[in-house]
Design a protein around this ligand. Structure first.
Ligand code: DON
Length: 325
C-alpha cells in the first residue's frame, strides 16, 4: 500500500477530491426524508429513520466513511449473494443452478412463486435464498450440525470482511422467526414441488436462513465485503483469496440482474452496476476492479430499497463514470 502511495498508483489517484464529491452526495441524500421503515419484522421497525452511513473501500485498500458507519444492523438480504457465493465456491455453478434459476422474478421478493421448471427464479429472492441455504445444509456441509454450519458461514463472512465486525442479533432472529409465515409457506411450497436436495431438513434450513439474515454488521465491514467482491474474491485489507474469480463473476452477474428486488431492471439501466439491497436498509454496491461501497439507511421505498441508498447510487454514477456501459 505504501509503495503504491509513493508511486501514485492507486485506482483512485486523487482520493481526497473524490471523497469531497462523495461527501456532497451524502449530504444531498441526507435531506431526503422519504420512505418508511420495514415493519413486517417488528424489530426492524425500531431503528431511527435518521440513520445514514456510507463506507467505501477501494480494491487497493483506500477507505472513507461518513455518517452512521459503526452502527450495527442486520444483514437481511445482503446476506443472499454471500451464501450463494459459498455454495458456488463449494459446489460449482452447474450443481447450484440445477436447483435455482438465473432470471429476475419480476415479482416482490417474497412472492409465493416458482419458475416454469419449478425452481425458484434466482438466489436473490427469498425462495432462492432458502434454497441456497438447503444446499449448504444438505450438500456443502451435510455432516455439520446446525451450530457448526452457523460458525462455518460466519467464518466465511469474516474472511470477506477482513476480520471486521460480523456478529449476530438474537432479538432480530427471534422476531424474524416469529413473523415468518410467508417464508415457511415458501419452504413448504418448495418441498411440495421437490425443489430441495434429498436429505433436506426443512426446519433446520429455515432456522439457518433466519440466522443468516440476522447476522449483524456495520457499513465499514460491509464496504470491505463489497470490495472483496470488486477485487475478484480477494479481500483488499488482508489480501486473502476468499473466493475464486469465476465464482465472484457469477455472483456479480446475478446481483446485476436481480439485486434490487423489482427495481432491478431500472437499477441496471440507471446505475449499471451489481448491487444488493436488504430490508434493514442496506445497499451493497460493487464497482468491479475499483471499489466496494456500502450505504445504509433504514427508510425503504415501496419496493423495499433504501431510499437514501438508492439516491446515492444514482447520483454516484451521474457524478462519476462508473456505469458499466
Ligand atoms: O426473509 C425476509 O423477509 C428477510 N429476512 C429478508 C428480506 C430481505 O431483505 C429481502 N430480500 N430479498
Amino acid at each position: 500500500l505504501i509503495a503504491k502511495a509513493f508511486r501514485q498508483q492507486f485506482v483512485i489517484p486523487d482520493f481526497t477530491s473524490f471523497v469531497k464529491d462523495i461527501e456532497d452526495i451524502y449530504n444531498r441524500c441526507k435531506s431526503n426524508t422519504l420512505g418508511k421503515l420495514a415493519d413486517y419484522i417488528p424489530q426492524l421497525a425500531r431503528y431511527s429513520p435518521d440513520f445514514w452511513g456510507v463506507s467505501i473501500c477501494t480494491v487497493d485498500g483506500q477507505r472513507y466513511s461518513i455518517g452512521d458507519v459503526d452502527e450495527p444492523f442486520t444483514l437481511q438480504s445482503c446476506s443472499k449473494p454471500l451464501t450463494y457465493a459459498i455454495a458456488l465456491e463449494k459446489l460449482g455453478p452447474k450443481v447450484v443452478h440445477s436447483y435455482v434459476g438465473q432470471e429476475p422474478s419480476g415479482r416482490i421478493f417474497n412472492e409465493l412463486v416458482l419458475d416454469q421448471n419449478k425452481k425458484p427464479h434466482n438466489p436473490m429472492i427469498n425462495a432462492g435464498a432458502i434454497l441456497t441455504c438447503s444446499l449448504m445444509n444438505a450438500l456443502v456441509k451435510p455432516d455439520m450440525t446446525s451450530a457448526e454450519i452457523f460458525d462455518y458461514t460466519m467464518s466465511w463472512f469474516k474472511r470477506l470482511s477482513g476480520g471486521e465486525y460480523i456478529g449476530f442479533n438474537n432479538a432480530v432472529f427471534l422476531s424474524e422467526r416469529e413473523a415468518a409465515d410467508r417464508n415457511y409457506a415458501l419452504g413448504f411450497y418448495m418441498r411440495e414441488n421437490k425443489c430441495f436436495p434429498k436429505r433436506t431438513n426443512l426446519k433446520e434450513v429455515m432456522d439457518y436462513y433466519f440466522q443468516v439474515c440476522s447476522m449483524e454488521t456495520n457499513c465499514e465491514a460491509m464496504s470491505v465485503i463489497a470490495a472483496s467482491l470488486a477485487n475478484g474474491g480477494i479481500c483488499p485489507t488482508t489480501e486473502e483469496k476468499v473466493f475464486r474469480p469465476e465464482c465472484v463473476r457469477d455472483v456479480l452477474s446475478i446481483m446485476h440482474s436481480c439485486g434490487t428486488y423489482d427495481y432491478s431492471g431500472q437499477f441496471a439501466f440507471k446505475v449499471g452496476l451489481p448491487a444488493k439491497s436488504g430490508v434493514s436498509g442496506g445497499m451493497m454496491l460493487v464497482i468491479p476492479n475499483v471499489m466496494g461501497i456500502f450505504a445504509w439507511s433504514p427508510p425503504l421505498d415501496h419496493l423495499g430499497n433504501t431510499v437514501r441508498g438508492l439516491q446515492f447510487c444514482e447520483e454516484l454514477v451521474n457524478t462519476f463514470n462508473f456505469h458499466r456501459y
